[in-house]
Design a protein around this ligand. Structure first.
Ligand SMILES: *Cc1c(COP(=O)(O)O)cnc(C)c1O
Length: 370
């Protein structure tokens, strides 16, 4: 049995010097980092290493690039993202992972004591950030099919939410909400709508899903992008925002650290964005493999909502807790994710790995289910 990861920073006693409201904030508990021999399908990282564009840029780095501060505006990185999306570089802000952008949206658009609209279940970092910021949350429960209730924006408006965050494709279900629905919500909602698109690189291109054009029409729509998933660069910490200049400028000019993206992340991130051929190969693998995985999970006793992300959420058809399965897999060195939420207790969130990893996972799960 793998020992639970010791986290004295999360579990230790709280010094009396710590601000009072932090006593009520549970730190975000990220996925376990097992040893190198484990099968790691618990944090939706890429199944394969970063591509040749990144490898080449990395090989070309010299220690001397670290002597000076990085470009505070990450110009090369932003221009590469702007070219990719067909927008102006001023509509892009580079961030230290998508998570930094989440923090900046709170710091820029939410007055302490005011409210942030969420959906639930969703990414736990949102609620943690709200707690740190001293903001209230208004979580709207998803419907049984994981879709958004029709009146979501109205309910956020009723509590005066200044910011709302939508994960799309959703985690942990993988469900994609259409651009038309999001446009309708953004037009109704009176605050800033941040659409967290950490998993959008895995959406089937046949759906032609693209929210970027909407950011030119809607003054309150911001998109979050991450290089962690779609470009297999979780270790680099690079992401970016796409949005109207009126929302990008105050974050870039006021709340962001001047040098938020280090020089290596700027160079490698730009190389990754410019190697779309490899990114598309990674995405194709995910789309093929997630279909296989879902079909075979259904055959051994799971319901699997249709995922457009690089993971599937496998829910036991018998409705029993999936916690024993999580533990059983862990004993075999296979790591997936389980969430302690009423909608998720019978579920395992499984990242799309290599085909070999899928085979081992399925064989082990089948034995555990028998
Ligand atoms: C992974 C993820 C992010 C951002 O991750 P970074 O590694 O900080 O770029 C944001 N939102 C969701 C829902 C994620 O899963």
């Amino acid at each position: 049995m793998t020992a639970p990861q010791a986290r004295p920073d999360l579990d230790g006693p709280l010094s009396p010097h710590v601000r009072r409201h932090l006593a009520g904030v549970a730190g975000y508990r990220p996925a376990l980092q097992p040893g190198p021999r484990a099968i790691k399908l618990n944090a939706n990282e890429g199944a394969y290493p970063p591509g040749p564009g990144v490898a080449q840029a990395l090989a070309g780095l010299e220690a001397a690039v670290l002597q000076r501060y990085p470009d505070p505006l990450a110009t090369g990185f932003r221009e590469a993202a702007a070219r990719l999306h067909g927008v102006d570089p001023d509509q892009i802000m580079a961030t230290n992972g998508g998570d930094e952008l989440l923090r900046l949206t709170f710091a820029t658009f939410v007055d302490p004591g005011r409210t942030v609209g969420l959906i639930e279940p969703s990414y736990g970092v949102y609620a943690t950030l709200a707690g740190l910021h001293g903001a209230r949350t208004c979580p709207i429960a998803l419907r049984n099919d994981w879709s958004l209730p029709e009146d979501t924006a109205d309910r956020w408006n009723d509590v005066g939410a200044q910011l709302a965050i939508l994960t799309n494709p959703h985690a942990p279900s993988g469900l994609l909400t259409s651009a038309a629905t999001i446009e309708r919500m953004a037009r109704r909602f009176r605050g800033v709508l941040l659409v967290d698109e950490a998993y959008v690189d895995f959406v089937d291109p046949a759906l032609k899903h693209d929210l970027v054009p909407l950011t030119a029409q809607l003054p309150n729509l911001l998109l979050l992008r991450s290089l962690s998933k779609g470009y297999s660069l979780a270790g680099l910490r690079a992401g970016y925002a796409i949005g109207p200049k009126s929302l990008i400028a105050p974050m870039s000019g006021k709340t962001r650290d001047s040098y938020n993206l280090d020089v290596i992340a700027q160079i490698l991130g730009k190389a990754a964005l410019e190697d779309q051929q490899y990114a598309q190969r990674l995405a194709r693998h995910v789309r093929t493999e997630r279909r296989h995985l879902a079909e075979r999970l259904e055959r051994i006793g799971f319901d699997v909502p249709a995922s457009q992300a690089n993971f599937v959420h496998a829910l036991r058809q018998d409705g029993l807790s999936a916690l024993p399965l999580l533990r059983g897999l862990q004993d075999q060195g296979i790591h997936v994710r389980w969430f302690d939420h009423p909608r998720c207790q019978s579920g395992l969130r499984i990242s799309i790995g290599t085909s070999e990893e899928t085979e081992i996972l399925l064989a082990t799960l089948r034995d555990l289910m028998a």
